[in-house]
Design a protein around this ligand. Structure first.
Ligand SMILES: NC(=O)c1ccc[n+]([C@@H]2O[C@H](COP(=O)([O-])OP(=O)(O)OC[C@H]3O[C@@H](n4cnc5c(N)ncnc54)[C@H](O)[C@@H]3O)[C@@H](O)[C@H]2O)c1
Length: 482
């Protein structure tokens, strides 16, 4: 199957190259400016296309998908390394949930997690230990949700098995590591009619949530450009990943292998697959210089063919005429940054290195102090920013901010993520992140690799909804009763 997929991919890449040679015409785009005038721009030609498998007969899309409301959410956790145990603790603190089972390859990791669960006042969970024990956990009839926080290559096989056994799935970032896996998640979720949510926590950061609310209220005008990144020097972490899985994956794979923290918040601002879609991506990377040094330091051997460039950047064009810029550097000494930036026709927002907003017209923010002194060339003063953030606090944040800060997990955003997952399941609502988000944000990994390996050629971003991206009009967090 994998071989066939690779062959088809190679064929479609070849055809893309052919099209690039032959196509000289300039078909007009169907872009329109906000006042309805036609914008004349050439649609891109010569694009590399990857295979979009046909939706099997009898299967329908899951855009806006909901399942019946539930009385409680019964959860099983797989993967109890650096990330998993705290998720178990957080669930121990969310009402109407029960932690039924926990699983890892190693008993000591299960023991440590069991203690964390008991500290929340909940009863002990059943334990599954060993390489294949997760299958028994997925087979239990008394579990509604399987929560996966293992190394990357285990995500999809576990998620597919869980969905095939009737479970909803929540899986850590990135959900999938290549296009074939992205399509497997989409097809299996559609076939089994189960939720498959990637646990992208950065969309729940307070600044991102507030800014999304401001954007949805029109403060920035029409959004033209968004940025996101994962710039995090992992020097102190590499040797702690179980079995060296993370450095190993970076050594073997080129492209932006960890794009979702940057992609998620940017994607929600521009309504991806809720009336918009990514059309194509162009990527470039630097030499890998620090990566091989880590292999030498940690494993004591040379790495003559380390694939992942120290710095990777991608540019994406959307159907509605916006640009996205996504970056990745986990190797070098830079301050942590997820970038998070947006440029609109009326305003600008930026999270790293300095959080701030600026606006063309101060009247848009009337009601906050000193608004008449603002100008479009600088950030608004801090007191204005604070007042704005208070005024436009996202309703979700307003609801659970206090508890989220107390429970913690990346400053509270991990708790908000788990809380919202449970809230939507309990109330039978569409989840904040669906299987298409998981596929679109994870697909940047292989799509950027293909572009890089073809001299930064444009690569079409497949429409994982297979035509359903226009069904909804804008990104929305569903609330009880909707
Ligand atoms: N969203 C975030 O902010 C965030 C932060 C850190 C990590 N992560 C993600 O969380 C995941 C885990 O990362 P980590 O740092 O905890 O890695 P880790 O190496 O510390 O933990 C992985 C765990 O999975 C277990 N595991 C592997 N194969 C298994 C199997 N067959 N059965 C049961 N358990 C198995 C390992 O024994 C280990 O305990 C990754 O996907 C990572 O990208 C996300």
């Amino acid at each position: 199957m994998k071989k066939l997929f690779t062959a088809l991919l190679a064929l479609s890449i070849g055809l893309g190259g052919f099209a690039q040679e032959k196509e000289h015409s300039c078909p007009t785009s169907d872009l329109k400016s906000p006042d309805g005038t036609q914008i004349h721009r050439c649609k891109h030609s010569g694009i590399i296309k990857t295979k979009v498998p046909q939706r099997p007969d009898g299967q329908t899309d899951l855009v806006g998908f909901r399942t019946a409301p539930m009385d409680s959410v019964r959860v099983g956790f797989i993967g109890l390394g650096m990330r998993g145990p705290d998720a178990v603790r957080r669930f121990g603190l969310i009402d109407r949930t029960s932690v039924k089972a926990i699983c890892d390859k190693y008993q000591d990791r299960v023991d440590k997690t069991q203690k964390k669960l008991l500290s929340t006042g909940r009863p002990a969970a059943d334990e599954y230990v060993g390489e294949e024990a997760w299958k028994q956990l997925c087979e239990r009839p008394d579990i509604d949700l399987v929560y996966i926080a293992t190394d990357w290559v285990n995500h999809v096989p576990m998620a597919l098995y869980a969905m095939e056994h009737g479970k909803h799935v929540a899986l850590e970032v990135p959900a999938a590591m290549n296009l074939e896996e992205c399509w497997q998640l989409v097809d299996t979720a559609e076939k089994t009619k189960r939720h498959c949510m990637m646990l992208e926590n950065c969309v729940y950061d307070f600044f991102e949530l507030t800014t999304l609310n401001m954007a949805q209220k029109g403060l920035f005008g029409d959004i033209l450009h968004v940025e996101g990144s994962y710039i995090h020097n992992l020097e102190d972490f590499w040797k702690h990943y179980e079995g060296n899985w993370r450095l190993d994956f970076n050594e073997k794979n080129r492209g932006d292998v960890y794009a979702t923290h940057g992609m998620g918040p940017a994607a929600q601002l521009i309504n991806l697959h809720r009336g918009n879609k990514m059309n194509y991506i162009v990527s470039m990377d630097s030499r890998p210089l620090t990566g091989p040094k880590h292999v030498k330091n940690i494993l004591g051997r040379d790495s003559s063919d380390f694939k992942n460039g120290d710095h990777t950047m991608s540019m994406i064009q959307t159907e509605n005429g916006q640009t996205m810029h996504i970056q990745h550097d986990v190797m070098n000494p830079r301050p942590y940054s997820r970038m998070y930036q947006l440029t609109g026709t009326d305003g600008f927002a930026n999270k790293y290195m300095k959080e701030g907003y600026s606006f063309r017209d101060a009247s848009i923010i009337e009601g906050v102090p000193d608004h008449e002194d603002l100008n479009a060339h600088t950030f608004v003063p801090d007191d204005v920013k604070e007042a704005l953030m208070e005024k436009y606090k996202h309703p979700i944040q307003a609801e659970i901010e206090e508890v989220a800060k107390k429970v913690g997990g990346h400053g509270g955003m991990d708790y908000i993520m788990d809380y919202r997952l449970v809230y939507c399941l309990l109330n039978g609502l569409p989840l904040d992140q669906d299987v298409y988000d998981a596929a679109e944000w994870s697909a940047i990994g292989e799509l950027s690799r293909i572009s890089i390996e073809n001299n930064s050629a444009p690569v079409e971003v497949p429409d994982f909804t297979r035509g359903a991206w226009k069904k909804l009009n804008g990104y929305h967090h569903y609330m009880k009763g909707e």
